[in-house]
Write a protein that binds this ligand. Structure first.
Ligand SMILES: Cc1ncc(COP(=O)(O)O)c(C=O)c1O
Length: 424
């Protein structure tokens, strides 16, 4: 959470809590605009036509998508609903990057409906499954295999399920050419929450090597390289932010070297979600129980699994969100876990934190704008909390209501309708 966001939010937080009740996610519109503008202005030094396709999976709230589209972003979608959501805010055709894997025939049809999209294929085997006419413009997701040893979240390239292996990539483009494609892009997505700029620079370099292979082998000049998402954010107070400036300098040099050798250069794209939204959202919940067991526990009025799935899912190897207490301390801090009510021991927002937290006080869980509410589930039937946004003019809008008990109960009962029965 930036100091600016804190300065904007904290003075009004008591009245927001009083008006909307807890728990809630709250996003910072000004912060989202600032982060977007900075990302784009710095990377446009490397390529003046740089565009980020916001990964809808990071936060698919329509108000968020509307704002980002207005700011010039496209969308990276990887499911039918994400395509629908992107199109609803006005994205069409090359505003949408569609990266699916294990793609069904239905999904191919949906991807080309309503103005289509940039189709990004994950496998050579999918070429024959693309409904005809085959798109003139197509892209492949490249997987470098053992050449890169990277990420524990997405998986090491050699063992993860995504992308076209190095040995198959030229053939994939050749097959697409044979099907009638004349224009191409090149994509990869290798890391998650990576704050080392050199890793992202290396990815750009790697894609340019592949672009060279495609030109040498097939006379293809890819229109763009998409280096994927995965720009990291400092979840821990001691973490350094990714050095965007150095990344831009490195990519500028790599593109320059490529252009001097070949006389052309592709455009640069990315599909960052976390970097854009993560730091521009926090989660607020009220402490409702204090437990002195074998360990100390502070219970809040929200399930972590329903609201911020990252800690339960990735602990102890990741998923850290910093937690602070909004009110001033009334006693000495103790080492405690901040827990939700779900019947699952990992339903925790944080393990062993040094906090002074009493019943009735509020926790601020930092950096929850991306991949946090989005991954929430209804395990144990705990509802998703509401989502709010702090607007530029100081207004606070609810942009997603909390799920209600009635909604969750009704969902179970819908399946009992007699017309759903079938006697074979
Ligand atoms: C294909 C693809 N693109 C982009 C992203 C966005 O990643 P991030 O939000 O970490 O930038 C993801 C995340 O998992 C992804 O799978």
């Amino acid at each position: 959470m930036s100091q600016d966001f804190e300065n904007r939010l904290f003075p009004v937080l008591p009245s927001v809590i009083q008006h909307f009740g807890t728990p809630f996610h709250i996003l910072d519109e000004l912060g989202i605009i600032g982060t977007t503008e900075r990302l784009c202005s710095v990377l446009r030094r490397a390529c003046n036509l740089y565009r980020n396709f916001f990964a809808v999976k990071a936060n698919s709230n329509p108000e968020v998508l509307k704002l980002l589209f207005k700011l010039g972003m496209g969308f990276d979608c990887s499911s039918e609903v994400e395509l629908v959501l992107a199109r609803r805010v006005g994205a069409v055709s090359e505003d949408i990057f569609f990266t699916s894997n294990n793609t069904s025939a239905r999904l191919f049809e949906v991807s080309r409906a309503d103005g289509g999209c940039i189709l990004n294929l994950d496998d050579r085997g999918l070429i024959a499954r693309v409904p005809s006419p085959f798109p003139q413009f197509v892209c492949f997701r490249y997987n470098p295999g053992a050449q890169r040893v990277l990420d524990s979240v997405i998986g090491n390239p050699e063992t993860c399920k995504y992308g076209v292996p190095h040995e198959q990539i030229v053939d994939a483009y050749r097959q697409a050419q044979e099907c009638g494609a004349t224009s191409f892009g090149l994509h990869t997505m290798l890391v998650s929450n990576e704050r080392n700029w050199e890793c992202h620079a290396e990815t750009a370099n790697m894609l340019l090597d592949v672009a060279g292979l495609l030109e040498d082998g097939l006379n293809i000049r890819v229109r763009f390289i998409n280096i994927g998402g995965g720009l990291g954010i400092p979840y821990r107070p001691e973490d350094d932010p990714v050095d965007l400036e150095r990344l831009a300098v490195a990519i500028t040099q790599t593109l320059h070297t490529f252009a001097s050798k070949r006389g052309w250069r592709p455009r640069l794209c990315s599909e960052n979600g976390r970097y854009v939204l993560g730091p521009n959202g926090v989660f607020v919940a009220r402490c409702i129980t204090v437990k002195h067991g074998y360990r100390e526990f502070r219970g809040v009025d929200a399930s972590a699994m329903a609201s911020i799935m990252r800690p339960p899912m990735y602990h102890p190897n990741g998923g850290y969100h910093h937690i602070t207490v909004f009110e001033s301390p009334v006693d000495e801090p103790v080492v405690c876990s901040v827990v939700g009510p779900a019947c699952e021991d990992s339903d925790r927002f944080g393990w062993d934190r040094m906090l002074s937290l009493q019943e009735g006080q509020h926790v601020i869980v930092h950096d929850t704008g991306a991949h946090a509410p989005e991954m929430g589930n209804n395990y144990n039937n705990w509802p998703w909390p509401q989502m709010l946004i702090l607007r530029l003019d100081g207004r606070v809008d609810m942009i997603a209501p909390a799920q209600t008990v009635e909604e969750l109960v009704q969902r179970r009962y819908q399946y009992l309708a007699p017309q759903r029965s079938f006697t074979p």
